[in-house]
Design a protein around this ligand. Structure first.
Ligand code: GTP
Length: 598
């Protein structure tokens, strides 16, 4: 492959500004897919993505494009996710590219993730091609958005393309700009192999499918390769590209993007950011990998049926493979049995992992209250990190606790300034500054405890600003805090899965919301159920559910046994979804509802 004809690029944007639709347009325009496939959203191939309409996994596609100059170019398009939780995925794709198409919605304008993703791209020294998408919308204001791109993003000289991914406007112009403005990759086919792993997935037949960007040298079938990070050696079984369907090829050489398989059965051995080299002629050094992303939010994941634990383990290991930012370790709970303590980038990331586990592996799961990682200095002098309420040291042993803070950047319409500031304050936010961006919008900066953001902060900001507010945040430091462990007792017994770590000032409010909510969700039983919230031995909130004998057949007079049987069956079915705790059954929905309480 002539390296001067290769262009590796990605599309970056705020969520929903039209990246995936534009990517599909490129495929349609170049004949890689047909109209029908276009409408099925080719690049988002996971069911879940289509349902939620967001891109979760970065995918790499090769597009053959005959440009105006008559030459046939090979464009490698790496699709990237736009949500705040997934900046790790964005960074992975960026390091395999030389340029980025920056998409901004003509009606929404520049938003927090537009700014964040642009900075990431500039950090990787990518050539930026700004595009204003959705110009077909009746409320599109391309001229205004153009000013924002010039003023807020400081892209003063770059031409800006007006496009509509939906209608196919501007697609050719963008492809021409990709060819002309983005530099071809640099690299040497004759140097020892260096290929950067930017992703991987598990296939039952072929083992791990490793996505790579070859930087130097080449990789082909039969070659013995070495993973520089793990020291493992494998023989390459297949080399290929995505067009967008997988297609095997002879070799991938310097500058190219594609995949290989090597009958790797252990998902753990393949790490994004690692370098692959040839075993006999290894490269002197590994490529710079990624900054590793640290999970920010932790929770326990348990199978409803403890017998499913081995299946959960297998599912989690496979999932970890194409989700480098997800971490896990086994733990066990007295109320839920064996499970895993897992770490995520944010709450959306957590929900998506849960849904993928349930859907792709048919598991029925319970998640415990999410928590951040607290640093606790003990009286004895040592410092421990705790993200799990059950490991929280007893109060007498604690000298000092600190919690993670983030710097939050909010871009909102000026009209909502007062409401948003009030809300941020209620979330223990420390005001830093306001910047007026023109066009009636402003950027607010706050330092806020991460724990206050993880659950519903973004949702609240969205609804408070009628969908126009956007949020981006970055971790800053650990600061001193007052923390207590809030336990929930069901008939006098602590249900460890419902325990949480909360700020002292918010404990009584949360305690009350929790017991009230649980009362609504726990069905009446044949005996009285008492729900209590406690800090240590002190009970701070209490509710009771009076006993009831629930006879589902009570309404069936006479002896219609088949109807009775049907009702009993249905009742049994319903019970399967309940989690037995002691002799009280807690429905799964109760655990889920509790997660949403801050
Ligand atoms: P994530 O993958 O979630 O980050 O979103 P995305 O940026 O890939 O956005 P996507 O392509 O899924 O588009 C979001 C919504 O905008 C979809 O409903 C699209 O149909 C719509 N959309 C995309 N491009 C256009 C456009 O040019 N005009 C109009 N009117 N709608 C568009």
């Amino acid at each position: 492959m002539d390296i001067s004809l290769i262009r590796n690029f990605c599309i970056i944007a705020h969520i929903d500004h039209g990246k995936s639709t534009l990517a599909d347009r490129f495929l349609l325009y170049t004949g890689a897919i047909n109209e029908r496939e276009f409408h099925n959203q080719m690049l988002d191939d996971m069911d879940l993505e289509q349902e939620r309409g967001i891109t979760i996994k970065a995918s790499a596609v090769r597009i053959d494009y005959r440009a105006e100059d008559g030459k046939k170019y090979c464009l490698n398009l790496l699709d990237t996710p736009g949500h705040v939780d997934f900046s790790f995925e964005v960074a992975k794709s960026l390091s395999a590219c030389e340029g980025a198409v920056l998409v901004v919605d003509a009606a929404q304008g520049v938003e927090a993730q537009t700014v964040a993703n642009l900075y990431l791209a500039l950090e990787h020294r990518l050539k930026i091609i700004p595009v204003i998408n959705k110009i077909d919308l009746s409320n599109a204001q391309p001229e205004k958005v153009m000013q924002q791109i010039r003023n807020i993003l400081n892209l003063r000289t770059e031409p800006i393309t007006f496009a509509s991914a939906k209608e196919g406007i501007g697609v050719e112009e963008i492809l021409e700009r990709v060819v002309k403005e983005i530099p071809p990759p640099q690299g040497d086919r004759n140097s020892p192999l260096q290929a950067l792993i930017f992703d991987s997935v598990f296939d039952n037949y072929k083992g791990v499918i490793v996505y790579v960007r070859v930087v130097n040298g080449y990789i082909k079938k039969g070659m013995m390769i070495l993973f520089m990070g793990t020291g493992k050696v494998y023989e390459v079984q297949e080399v290929g590209i995505f067009q967008p369907r997988p297609l095997s090829v002879e070799e991938l050489s310097a500058g190219e993007v594609g995949y290989f398989t090597a009958n790797i059965r252990q998902p753990k051995e393949v790490n994004a950011g690692d370098t692959v080299t040839q075993a006999e002629y290894p490269a002197k050094e590994a490529l710079p990998g990624y900054r590793s992303m640290h999970p920010m939010v932790y929770c326990g994941i348990y199978p409803v049926n403890p017998k499913d634990f081995p299946l959960l383990r297998e599912a989690i290991e496979k999932l970890k493979l194409n989700d480098a930012a997800f971490v896990f370790e086994p733990e066990s709970s007295s109320s839920l049995g064996p499970g895993f303590r897992c770490g995520f980038l944010g709450l959306l990331h957590m929900e998506i992992v849960q849904e993928r586990l349930e859907r792709e592996y048919g598991l029925n799961l319970i998640l415990t209250t999410p928590s951040v990682k607290y640093r606790i200095k003990l009286r004895k002098g040592e410092t421990v990190e705790v993200d799990n309420p059950s490991l929280f040291p007893s109060a007498v042993n604690i000298a000092e606790i600190s919690e993670p803070y983030v710097r939050a950047y909010l871009i909102i319409p000026q009209d909502f300034l007062g409401t948003v500031m009030e809300f941020s304050l209620s979330r223990r936010g420390i005001y830093k500054s306001t910047e007026y961006l023109g066009e009636g919008r402003c950027r607010l900066i706050y330092d806020i405890p991460l724990a206050e953001i993880i659950v519903d902060f973004y949702d609240k900001i969205k609804s408070m600003t009628r969908g126009y507010g956007s949020l981006d945040y970055e971790f800053t430091d650990y600061r001193k805090t007052e923390l207590v462990k809030l336990d929930i007792l069901i008939n006098g017994k602590v249900c460890d899965a419902l325990s949480s770590l909360v700020h002292r000032e918010k404990a009584s409010l949360k305690a009350r919301s929790l017991v009230t909510l649980l009362k609504q969700y726990i069905p009446r039983q044949l005996f009285e159920v008492v729900i209590q919230a406690a800090i240590g031995s002190k009970i701070i909130a209490r509710e009771r559910i009076p006993p009831l004998r629930k006879d589902v057949t009570a309404k069936c007079y006479g002896g219609d046994i088949t109807r009775k049987r049907k009702l009993w069956e249905r009742q049994k079915e319903g019970k399967k979804r309940l989690k037995q705790f002691g002799n009280v059954e807690i429905p799964q929905e109760a655990f889920l509802a509790v997660l949403k309480i801050t």
